[in-house]
Design a binder for this molecule. Sequence first.
Ligand code: ADP
Length: 386
Amino acid sequence: MKNYFSSKEIKIGILGGGQLGKMLLDVARRYDLYTRVLDPSVDAPCAIGCKEFVQGSFNDYDTVMAFGADCDVLTIEIESVNTRALKELQKQGKLVFPQPEIVELIQNKVLQKQFYDDNQLPTAPWFGFKNKAEMKKKMEKHSFHLPFVWKAATGGYDGRGVMVVRNINELENIPDVPGLIEELAAIEHEIALVAARNQIGEVTAFPPVEMSFHPIANLVEYVFCPAQLSEEKLEQASKLALSLVDKLGIVGVLAVEMFVNKNGEIWINECAPRVHNSGHLTIEACITSQFEQHLRAILGFPLGSTKQIRPAVMVNLTGEDGFTGPVYYEGAKKMLATEGAYMHLYGKTETRPYRKMGHVTITAETLEMARENALKVKEIMRVRSV
Ligand code: ADP
């Protein structure tokens, strides 16, 4: 009989070979599991570290079908995958986690928002549209006032496909694609939480983290854990995330991004059915990491403890503006002298402005000490080209 822990190995297929997959592979190697990875680039971060690497597009139906045919369990490290193929593989008896229907729902921000409304989960008031003409008509009907936030229904990530509209002339810059507009939240804190559910319905939540964003690139620059909010608010956020996990019935991890508004309300911004940038610090800061938790959840193992061991700050290492080409991590050696700094480089050979190239997690006795060292790390280490 096939078993995860026997020489008749169960094959785990991962769609996407980026840094998230690379960190999943670290755990898979530790557990000595059989892994196959599908990615279009032979230079993908996962190309080394998996048992089998398959070059091909995870968006292409036939490629995903062929890739999955020889796998027992399939998972993703990126949302933009061919869900039609995953549904077919599921019909054929493969275990596909997260479930393809959930991936499909989350791929589309309009469907995602509708799900929150249908399940009474608090989110920014919004409406969806098929094109710009419909958007303008609905704006009048719903008496939507400036400023507001425009979001493309599909294809956006790391702040691309999102635009704050502050004056009416800016409407002209909006692409004519299906999307939604929503109220601009009066945000006090942006927090996130990685939760997990396994096949028998056990759930866990990691401690909520606070994210701070790069002002220009609109992507996460620092993540702080624990988030500096009252116990009551943290509890409320965890409950909200777990209720979303429960309503989706997802198997695997779910990262939930939330806004804590100035009036104290918590709104779900969006969620991702996969390991997430906001959970990287769980590798060093918690008993179990989000990567180990995801594998445990999808493989039917007991979930691990999510308890935090030490305060931590994560610094994203992104390509410095003005540098494109073969990467050079300036100051890396000096940075490593920082106590409690754990460097993760993703193995991408080419840098470009704001590309996520790695991260450093700093743990310390107090969050304040970790924060001080994180600021130093940011000063010392730069992602440039040779
Ligand atoms: P992406 O899918 O690209 O990560 P998000 O929906 O998370 O896009 O938006 C990116 C960022 O834009 C958020 O982290 C937040 O800072 C800001 N943002 C998004 N929606 C709103 C909103 N309704 N009100 C205020 N800021 C928002």
